[in-house]
Design a protein around this ligand. Structure first.
Ligand SMILES: Nc1ncnc2c1ncn2[C@@H]1O[C@H](COP(=O)(O)OP(=O)(O)OP(=O)(O)O)[C@@H](O)[C@H]1O
Length: 274
């Protein structure tokens, strides 16, 4: 093999995944929420999980963020074993999450909510913070700068000093996305990012999700019911039903898979997406 061939072969090799979710089994009394679920997320990839109500999508997020501890399986992120770690420890490793229902401080401004997303970027003592001295002041300035960058990136400038509770729903969801970005995550979990949005808000959110992938290169796992959005945005999709993956592949592979069509998509989705 020549050097050029060797380089080519190297560059076409699969990258090592940032996240490995392997043979995960999670049960509650009488209910198997996840039944041998495995998937990987590659660097910079937008990986979507779809499935009917009760299929196990939220359970995957709850395992990833340390809320549920599965009975079996392994979950590795950036070389670290996630199982058994508490939610704040997982957040500190660089996994940030948005929620189905907005979880923001509605009385606080957009800027303050985003600043709260950076709370673990305040590596100074309480005394220094109160006294507004040296390092604390520098950190505060760096945090404000980072937050302003997010405000620009997500086009939130016109609302920055308003209490979040007064903002339209779609903008609140965007602030929540900003709060997750403010923690400078290495992996972003999006739990139904366009749920309840109108068409315009959905299109805006789709654009920001693509910007996050393409400009920030941030890998994401997205759970979403909006099939059109998932098909348009995701690099790969895992379809689950009754806690079991039916098919994982590109949007085209998934949309044309007979098992997926039978189990979930329905005949009307049998479209040629070439
Ligand atoms: N804490 C819990 N205790 C008991 N059963 C649970 C718990 N959490 C989830 N389940 C069950 O596990 C299964 C998967 O639930 P999960 O919420 O993960 O599904 P989902 O795909 O996210 O559904 P939806 O689309 O409605 O949000 C369901 O049968 C659910 O009732």
């Amino acid at each position: 093999m020549t050097a050029t061939e060797a380089r080519r072969s190297e560059s076409t090799q699969a990258p090592s995944p940032v996240l490995t979710f392997e043979d995960v089994v999670l049960g509650f009394e009488g209910v198997t929420a996840l039944n041998d679920v495995s998937f990987t997320v590659n660097p910079g990839e937008l990986f979507a999980v779809i499935g009917p109500n009760g299929a196990g999508k939220t359970s995957i997020f709850n395992v990833l963020s340390g809320v549920y501890r599965p009975q079996r399986g392994t979950v590795r992120f950036g070389g670290e074993d996630l199982l058994g770690r508490r939610p704040h420890a997982i957040a500190r490793l660089g996994i940030a999450r948005t929620f189905q229902n907005i979880e923001l401080f509605s009385n606080l401004t957009v800027l303050d909510n985003l600043m709260l997303g950076r709370h673990h970027h305040h590596p100074y003592g309480v005394l220094a913070a109160f006294a507004w001295l040296g390092k604390a002041q520098r950190n505060e300035r760096a945090n404000r700068r980072a937050v302003e960058e997010i405000v620009d990136f997500l086009e939130l400038a016109q609302w920055r000093r308003l209490p979040v509770g007064l903002l339209p729903y779609g903008v609140q969801k965007r602030v929540e996305l900003g709060r997750a970005l403010a923690s400078e995550p290495k992996l972003l979990l999006l739990d139904e990012p366009v749920a309840g949005m109108n068409l315009e808000e959905t299109e805006d959110m789709a654009r920001f999700i693509l910007d996050i992938r393409d400009e920030l290169g941030l890998p994401m796992v997205m759970v979403e019911h909006d099939m059109g959005l998932v098909m348009d945005l995701a690099d790969r999709i895992m379809v689950i039903d009754f806690g079991k993956p039916i098919r994982t592949g590109t949007p085209k592979e998934v949309a044309t898979d007979p098992d997926v069509i039978r189990a979930y998509l329905g005949e009307e989705h049998k479209v040629d997406r070439s």
